[in-house]
Design a protein around this ligand. Structure first.
Ligand SMILES: [Mg+2]
Length: 414
């Protein structure tokens, strides 16, 4: 049983925690440089403030709407995220932060019989120790847990906990028939348009698709989604990104007690995340890095965060910041088995470059090398080398015969 625990209106909830007068009022949090709305309280949604609305449009109406705006404070959000994850790491098994305010975790063995009761206790404990409201979705797969979490947020009667398995197959069929495919984790608008062409518009219709056919027509990612909707768990390292963060995490091939190896892994993940960021044409204002050891009874969890006054996608800056924050917190003998990085506070990389040539850093150079020579050809620190402790197990990997000149098939005559 997988739990997705997600803070409600995270940025706004963080602001309210230190300013209770914001309770009950429409509150929005603005992007870097106070550009546009990136988080809204339920009250702000009710008065009709759209996501992404530029602040200069809203400011003249703010007083009439009783609206309060806050600049984004990634230092605060990063620290509260750390506290949230620390508590969740104690209460769940194999916690996997997925963005700044949400994480997947497994329900402990002893609590499986009453998972919903356990989820209620998780909410109470987070409220007591961190002060943030969270919702919990429970389901056999991550994709269904995401859907259940949406349900928990939308139906106040559920008290913040939605257990997928508490519904009969008939009930779930009705629920899924009422949801558009874009409600599903990782199904973007583009994909929805293509699905609509073959008459698939609801989640129920997507779930009824044949995964093998979906795979041959639309690729492995959507096929996995279909299987996950059918209740078959398909693990994935690179999860679909959320709107405001990019995450890379991985279970190590074997646990390690060497902090240097954990750091090397985290630096490698940071570069992968930075690559994805650059591909999306975005920069990040904050980074969180974490490492966990999940041995039963000896659970340990380390999470750190870094904030960039000038948002960046430069792998050198990102890696240095993550490394400096994490290095002093890792302990020898920790038996680490999993680590990850979340880049958050994303915005479009549209810094004006009229006066100075853009300082692109090493990123684009690394991108070109990776395209030409493969992802492990070059990197910062140990990240350019295949490392047994954190590399994916690919001992039986065949050559990239068709896309890489160096790995063409060799034929010998005679
Ligand atoms: Mg959230």
């Amino acid at each position: 049983m997988i739990a997705l625990i997600d803070a409600n209106n995270f940025f706004v909830s963080c602001e309210r925690l230190f300013n209770p007068r914001l309770e009950g009022r429409p509150v929005v949090v603005l992007s870097n440089n106070d550009g546009c709305v990136i988080a809204r309280s339920p009250e702000a949604k009710t008065v009709g403030v759209p996501m992404g609305e530029p602040w200069f449009n809203l400011a003249p109406r703010a007083r009439a709407l009783n609206l309060v705006a806050r600049s984004s404070n990634y230092e605060l959000y990063g620290d509260l995220s750390q506290r949230l994850m620390t508590v969740l790491a104690e209460l769940t098994v194999a916690l996997e932060p997925y963005s700044i305010d949400e994480a997947f975790g497994r329900v402990p063995e002893a609590d499986r019989a009453d998972a919903a009761g356990w989820a209620g206790r998780v909410r109470a404990e987070v409220a007591r120790r961190v002060g943030l409201p969270v919702s919990v979705g429970l389901a056999p797969t991550k994709t269904l847990a995401k859907l259940a979490n949406h349900g928990a947020k939308r139906s106040p009667g559920l008290n913040g906990v939605c257990h997928w398995m508490s519904y009969s197959p008939r009930q779930t069929a009705v629920i899924l028939a009422g949801l558009p495919v874009t409600e599903v984790w990782g199904v973007a608008h583009r994909t929805a348009v293509k699905l609509a062409e073959v008459g698939v518009t609801t989640v129920a219709e997507l779930r009824a698709c044949d995964a093998v056919r979906v795979r041959s027509r639309w690729g492995i990612r959507l096929a996995r989604t279909v299987l996950e909707l059918q209740g078959v768990a398909c693990s994935e390292d690179e999860s679909p990104p959320t709107q405001h963060s990019v995450m890379t995490s991985r279970m190590f091939g074997q646990p390690t007690d060497d902090p240097a190896q954990v750091l090397a892994a985290v630096v490698s993940f940071t570069q992968q995340a930075a690559n994805r960021l650059r591909r999306r044409g975005q920069v990040a204002a904050g980074a969180q890095a974490w490492a966990s050891s999940g041995r039963l009874g000896q659970h340990s969890w380390v999470q750190v965060s870094a904030v960039f006054s000038e948002p960046t996608a430069d792998p050198v800056r990102l890696c240095r910041a993550v490394r400096q924050a994490l290095a002093p917190r890792l302990q020898a003998g920790g038996r680490y088995n999993r680590a990850g990085v979340v880049l958050s506070g994303l915005s479009a990389d549209d810094q004006p470059s009229l006066l100075a040539p853009p300082d692109l850093g090493l990123g684009p150079v690394l991108d070109r090398c990776h395209r030409r020579f493969g992802d492990n050809a070059v990197g910062l620190g140990a990240a350019g080398l295949r490392h047994p402790a954190f590399a994916m197990r690919q001992e039986l990997l065949s050559g990239r015969y068709t896309t890489c000149w160096n790995e063409l098939m060799k034929v010998r005559a005679g």
